[in-house]
Design a binder for this molecule. Sequence first.
Ligand SMILES: Cc1ncc(COP(=O)(O)O)c(C=O)c1O
Length: 396
Amino acid sequence: MSNKLSDRINSLTPSATLEMAAKARELRASGKDIIGLSLGEPDFNTPDYIKEAAKQAINDDYNSYTPVDGYVELKEAIITKFKRDNNISYEPSQIVVSTGAKQALYNIAQVILNEGDEVILPCPYWVSYSDIVKLADGTPVEVPTTIESDFKMTAKQLEAAITPKTKMLWYSSPCNPSGSIYSKQELRALADVLQKHPQIIVVSDEIYEHINYGVTAHASMAEFEDMYDRTVTVNGVAKAFAMTGWRIGYIGAPSYIARACNKLQGQVTSGANCIAQRAVITALVESPERINYMVDEFKERRKIILGLLNNIQGFQCNEPEGAFYVYPDVTAYFGKTLQGVTINNASDFAMYLLEYANVATVTGDAFGNGNCIRISYAASEENIREAIKRIEDALK
Ligand SMILES: Cc1ncc(COP(=O)(O)O)c(C=O)c1O
């Protein structure tokens, strides 16, 4: 911390997931054999048919600045995708393409929040939500959930969290980190509460939409006619298409919000990368079934990791219905001393696993729920088996 820097940056929490990944890299560089289960990154390569589209774009000389809100053809592909997969109709003026869903979320906070506006975040939430809200001078209002409710917020909890200052509700479904999915009925119950509070805008982060294991069908808040005009649907290609480094995300939103995001982006980053945008047109226009081989693999790994974790005393897991994380409650270890190390909280527990099991996970505190740790199973079966064995040994 330095007094030469702004209060804004000094009070910003570094991304816990990126920090843990950096720590794991450091330890690896010093010769330790670390298994990384901390990052939310598929261990697959981008599918060939998408890579080919990028190569073609280079050959076709796509190298100039792009329109700030995205190529027209990409916006058309996004419109087609929203209609095909989510039954939501958008016009081109309602779509903004950004440098990852992360920038899309940042834009939304910046264009909607004034100082002190409250944003309801059902916990656990994706690691960056709360800091993105704070960077826009908003106030995160955390609504705790438990493993018993499958880490989902009920309509009653939402109602209780609303104040005259509430400006937004943000959630991800499928949820990072819990893997929970809000069913259409559950979203309807939340929407019914929101009907009494027309000032509240919903941010529905659906980036894990296609990584769904078939228990609960994906549903979008903007599908409801009475929510369409007050919902921003956020999505991207990083997770389902194994395109984390390509940095393309997008929103479908009421036009006044899309216009505002476009204006902000125009002064900050300009349009997203030209080659990546061309590749994403192919990713979205092609049938999502083409990526099922990855989803099938994640499903198999989910079964394996749940089976292994449920055998370890003191781990309590919900059954994730989507995304590629398990979020076990590890409170049974709090207050215990292992190999001379006292575990007081989830951060101590994650650090203990890093040091004594050589496995990188992420503390649940980073997601607004300090009872759990997040373990990613976007890793090979071999690494998953070895990591959980090491964890089990370290906890004996
Ligand atoms: C729920 C959620 N939203 C948004 C993002 C950011 O996605 P992108 O890589 O497109 O910026 C992530 C990435 O981890 C995520 O898990």
